[in-house]
Design a binder for this molecule. Structure first.
Ligand code: NAD
Length: 398
């Protein structure tokens, strides 16, 4: 076989020739022309409670990535003190090139294939990169149809009208902002006019920029997968969102200079919020990070070598399993509301979220001081330690 062909390209070419000869109906040809999507659901540990974790749609999804994300969910739930184990799901696809109907069929097929492993007391999905409240509604409906009755507690991050929680959309970002605020207090850094750079302008990035802006910070740089923008006078996050909705990207915004994602990470600022994907702050660029605080909205944005370099530079890094735990916390609140058929107010949700995040932040901070370690090590010691203790208490059977 020549290099320009794979077995699949050969099979598709052969199908095309036969379809032309047969003058096959284009619809039937399209159905024969099977596209294969690889989907995963990894369940890491459930000693603390049912599995919980997001569902990601992205072309680069692999089993390796989903396994890491599932493991981080286990530690995250333990750090924040939720009765959940860690899981994660993903489908390797490009949602930007798919229609709403294709995304709905992909989601429903995925749920039907792993249906027996899901459920409110077994494994409860939630949104992640390129999935949203609509995706969760399809998951709830597919699960409920297969059960024969409505099961809103089977998924979180749903639209409010079908059992979603107030505050879920902004929860991850609000948690990031609470953590950044607590870290700023420790560093004696005033939030008023503190400069902030945000990488990623989706659910977590946009809402983090917006909340930090409302807290009095100056958002000087933001980016998405197409590149970034910088403005030393400050950017209005809402205006940038309107611009992104219109043009499909944050770049080329009036009064801002276009920058690369690499330049965004190296921006001179007080607070840096990575809110895109993994492996963004690495050995090769960690030395160039100028922020005083790095609050990880994304999962896994910093490699272990970069962690070490930032710690040596006295950068206060708030690790993902603490900083972005607001999302799973309000997902837990949504699940509790669904199980008890209650609906809490936004004030109640946000008050409970703040209490939990600040307690976890202080627990991690205290341990990092005691151990003379960075906050990631302390957070992991807390999370892994709690899971290991539960595992030991339960024992292994059979
Ligand atoms: P999203 O799909 O809403 O947004 C992702 C954003 O990242 C988009 O703006 C996209 O353009 C941008 N992006 C993609 N590749 C990029 C690149 N190479 N450089 C710069 N920007 C890039 O996803 P989200 O829900 O906001 O998730 C973002 C991160 O936060 C992920 O790591 C996710 O696991 C984590 N997270 C999300 C939640 C949640 O509740 N949604 C909770 C905890 C953690």
């Amino acid at each position: 076989m020549t290099q320009e062909h794979t077995a699949l390209t050969v099979a598709l070419e052969q199908l095309k020739i036969a379809a032309e000869k047969l003058q096959l109906d284009p619809g039937i040809h399209a159905i024969c022309n099977i596209g294969v999507f690889n989907g995963y659901r990894v369940q890491h540990w459930d000693v603390m409670g049912p599995f919980k974790g997001g569902l990601r749609y992205h072309p680069n999804v692999t089993l390796d990535e989903i396994t890491a994300l599932a493991m981080w969910m286990t530690w995250k739930c333990a750090v924040i003190g939720l009765p959940y184990g860690g899981a994660k799901g993903g489908i390797a696809c490009n949602p930007k090139t798919m229609s709403k109907g294709e995304l709905e069929r992909l989601t429903r097929r995925y749920v039907s294939l792993i249906f027996e492993y899901l459920g409110p007391h077994r494994d409860v999905p939630a949104p992640d990169v390129y999935t949203d409240a609509q995706t969760m509604a399809w998951i709830m409906d597919t699960y409920s149809q297969l059960k024969g009755y409505s099961v809103p507690e089977s998924v979180t991050g749903k639209p409010i009208e079908i059992g979603g929680s107030e505050g879920r959309v902004c929860a991850t970002s609000l948690g990031v902002a609470f953590c950044a605020r607590e870290a700023a207090k420790i560093l004696n850094l005033k939030l008023k006019n503190a400069t902030v750079a945000v990488q990623g302008y989706g659910n977590v990035g946009y809402n983090a920029a917006s909340i930090m802006h409302n807290m009095g910070c100056k958002i000087i740089a933001v980016s998405d997968s197409t590149g970034g923008i910088y403005c030393s006078n400050g950017i209005n996050p809402h205006d940038v969102r309107v611009h992104k909705t219109k043009t499909g990207s944050v770049i080329n915004h009036k009064d801002c200079a276009n920058i690369t994602n690499e330049e965004l990470l190296q921006t001179e600022c007080d607070i840096l919020i990575p809110a895109a994907l993994e492996n963004q702050i690495r050995k090769d660029n960690a030395d160039k990070i100028k922020a005083k605080i790095v609050a990880e909205g994304a999962n896994g944005p910093t490699t272990p070598e970069a962690d070490k370099a930032l710690y040596e530079k006295d950068v206060c890094l708030i690790p993902d399993i603490l900083a972005n735990s607001g999302g799973v916390t309000v997902s837990y609140f949504e699940w509790v509301q669904n199980l008890t058929r209650e609906h809490w107010t936004l004030e109640e949700v946000n008050r409970k979220l703040e209490t939990k995040i600040i307690k976890a932040f202080n627990d991690v901070q205290k341990l990092s001081k005691k151990e003379e370690s960075d906050m990631r090590t302390a957070a992991l010691m807390l999370g892994v330690g709690r899971v290991a203790h539960a595992l030991k208490t339960l024992g292994l059977w059979p």
